[in-house]
Design a protein around this ligand. Structure first.
Ligand code: SAH
Ligand code: SF4
Length: 414
């Protein structure tokens, strides 16, 4: 992308180019996806509409963009027929480019996507009986270097823009064919537990979002917040904050703002209970230690017994999976009085990974110890193994297979 600005990103790297929120395309048109109402109104005003007209049109356009998912101004039926070509000349309604789409035998779907400036990233859709979860990326690569994570071995290329983040959700709705024809009333209702939705999935619909794709969302805070606001807006994508979970490796100084300004559920990649082991496998621990992290969890705005914090714990053979680790995990959760659930994730191996997954019996025993202490500790079942679709494992397959190989493997005309 030619039109980028240097912006420092917290982390272990030098400043990298980050695309601005509004970047005109080569043909001079501006992509509206990722922009909020006031910004759309500003752009309309800049092209000559008076302020009142601009605000009104911005509200209409916003509804069509995010609530109805149209990609063509011609479909905006409540906007004057003469104005629609005027909009088309100046603006576009974009989506991330799909490089490749894969469908697992278990219903999981994975898309390899590409930004306008040619960087690849991924999103995954995981349906089950009660919900359909979209795993969304926040960065291309990651500045952190968790030793068990394949994304951690990649250089950070850049933060994704709000448009590229919300664009993933919009693209998923396109691909699943589920933009509402009419009202989504009831869907965004904020009452009740996320596990007892007023709106149930038939195993296909996108009902939940997890920020667990590539990248550390709290190192791209502003863009993630702006994108999720569009997702949560009742006249936007209309998904309740209770159906959205943001996963962090432990960027302690940003956690309170995450609760206050975004208000979504929090998941924390704990993965170890001692300084020694966590320093090694989740190196951000050297900066923000376990005590600081758990203090921030205890203070997380909005956490309660109805909205628990999820502690993710990857099961690594001989590293963090002993009975005493499980008991220490229970002790910590109690000591900090945390409304918590534990998500045990079988390690998903990648080529050259320095770990093995714990045995099923070990994982079961670990889960029992936590569960017997009254803390929910389900083992996340691997999904989409045949297409290497697990969250935290994104882009692996694409990296292994060079572009040329992929092109050769594509059926003619695909
Ligand atoms: N950067 C954020 C969110 C993305 S990773 C974070 O670290 O929380 C989403 C989850 O997948 C994290 O808990 C991460 O630790 C986990 N993960 C990464 N690589 C994995 C692997 N190879 N096997 C199992 N889980 C993995
Ligand atoms: Fe980055 Fe999360 Fe992977 Fe760690 S686990 S390297 S924070 S994406």
């Amino acid at each position: 992308m030619a039109d980028t600005a240097l912006m420092p990103i917290a982390g272990l790297v030098d400043p990298v180019p980050v695309a601005r929120d509004v970047t005109a395309r080569a043909d001079g048109r501006i992509d509206l996806i990722g922009l909020a109402r006031p910004r759309i109104a500003e752009l309309l005003a800049a092209t000559g509409l008076d302020a009142k007209q601009a605000r009104l049109r911005a509200r209409q356009v916003f509804h069509w963009l995010y609530h109805r998912g149209v990609t063509d101004f011609a479909a905006m039926t409540d906007i004057a027929k003469t104005m629609r070509p005027w909009l088309t000349e100046r603006f576009v309604i974009g989506r991330p480019e799909v490089v490749e789409a894969q469908h697992s035998t278990d219903g999981t779907r994975k898309w390899l996507l590409r930004t306008d400036d040619g960087h690849d990233f991924e999103m995954v859709f995981i349906p089950d009986e009660t919900r359909g979860t979209l795993c969304v990326s926040s960065q291309v690569g990651c500045t952190l270097n968790c030793t068990f994570c394949h994304t951690g071995t990649m250089r950070l290329v850049r933060n994704l823009t709000p448009g590229e983040i919300v664009g993933q959700v919009m693209l998923a709705r396109d691909e699943l064919g589920e933009w509402p024809k009419g009202s989504m009333a009831g869907f965004a209702a904020d009452e009740g537990d996320e596990d007892e939705p007023g709106y149930t999935s038939d195993g296909r619909l996108l009902t939940n979002i997890v920020m667990m794709g590539m990248g550390e969302p709290l190192y791209n805070f502003d863009h993630v917040r702006d994108a999720l606001k569009l997702v949560m807006d009742g006249d936007g994508l209309g998904l309740s904050k209770r159906r959205i979970t943001l996963s962090t490796s432990g960027v302690v100084p940003m956690m309170a703002r995450c609760g206050e300004e975004i208000g979504v559920n929090l998941a924390v990649s704990l993965h170890a209970v001692s300084k020694e082991v966590r320093d090694e496998i989740v190196p951000i621990n050297r900066k923000y230690g376990i005590e600081q992290l758990l203090d921030a969890c205890a203070a997380y705005p909005g956490a309660s017994n109805a909205r628990r914090i999820t502690f993710e714990y990857v099961m690594l053979d001989g590293i963090n999976d002993r009975d005493e680790d499980a008991r220490e995990l229970v002790r910590l959760i109690r000591a900090y009085d945390l409304p918590a659930k534990v998500n045990l994730i079988p390690f998903n191996p990648w080529p050259g990974a320095p770990y093995r997954c714990s045995s099923p019996a070990r994982i079961r025993r670990f889960s029992e110890i936590v569960f017997e202490a009254g803390i929910s500790a389900p083992v996340r079942s691997p999904r989409g193994r045949d297409i290497e679709a697990a969250c935290g494992q994104l882009k692996t397959a694409a990296e292994k297979q060079s572009r040329a190989e992929r092109d050769r493997a594509m059926p003619a005309g695909a």
